[in-house]
Design a protein around this ligand. Structure first.
Ligand SMILES: [Zn+2]
Length: 145
């Protein structure tokens, strides 16, 4: 897990200050709704964060227009990272809530060029509950849509 955790009050968070130009960043791209800038930690060269310009804590707080804008920008940055850094692969990582690994409470997507043996690791604990459970989960989600 990342070592840096932003504990600023909502609306004064590090990404809001960065969007406002109050703190410096290496900007990559921006439009009306989204800003792409270099992650300070650089897990791999070319590691970019794409954030909503408006303070939205998580995915759940974005408007549909903002959600579309940040994903469009993430794809643009991914294409640029592929050209500029020639990675073996590329990962998008987006976390909501501390339990999911979110360390700055302002929506962002990590765009991470990946290389064989780069040391990034995670566990993926498959449960394989079977078709009846899958259908029950799907029914709950359909009812919530
Ligand atoms: Zn913010």
């Amino acid at each position: 897990m990342p070592m840096f955790i932003d504990t600023s009050p909502p609306g004064q968070c590090i990404f809001c200050r960065l969007v406002a130009g109050e703190i410096p960043s290496a900007r990559v791209a921006e439009d009306d709704l989204a800003l792409a800038f270099m992650d300070l930690g650089q897990v791999n060269p070319g590691h970019v964060l794409v954030a909503s310009k408006r303070h939205a804590a998580t995915l759940f707080d974005l408007t549909p227009e903002e959600a579309g804008a940040v994903m469009r920008m993430a794809q643009r940055v991914a294409l640029a990272a592929r050209t500029a850094f020639d990675p073996d692969g590329l990962m998008l990582l987006q976390a909501n809530g501390a339990v999911a690994g979110q360390t700055v409470g302002h929506f962002h997507i990590h765009v991470v060029p990946r290389h064989d043996g780069d040391g990034i690791d995670y566990t993926w604990p498959r449960k394989e509950p079977g078709p009846a459970a899958l259908e029950a989960y799907a029914q709950r989600l359909r009812a919530a849509l």
